[in-house]
Design a protein around this ligand. Sequence first.
Ligand SMILES: [Zn+2]
Length: 56
Amino acid sequence: MNKNFGMPDNAVRSYKCARCGNMFEAEPKVASTCPICGYSCSDNLCNEVDSSDEGY
Ligand SMILES: [Zn+2]
């Protein structure tokens, strides 16, 4: 029995910048900044898109 609690789901969320439409990966619960235009993205401002469409 090998229990690995240090590895959560491999969930990398991609955000779509509301200003320039650039898609970049960012960790959840962290206010991310668009690397292209420097727009301050958050859950409310930028759309979150799923890179992997798996019905889990
Ligand atoms: Zn942007």
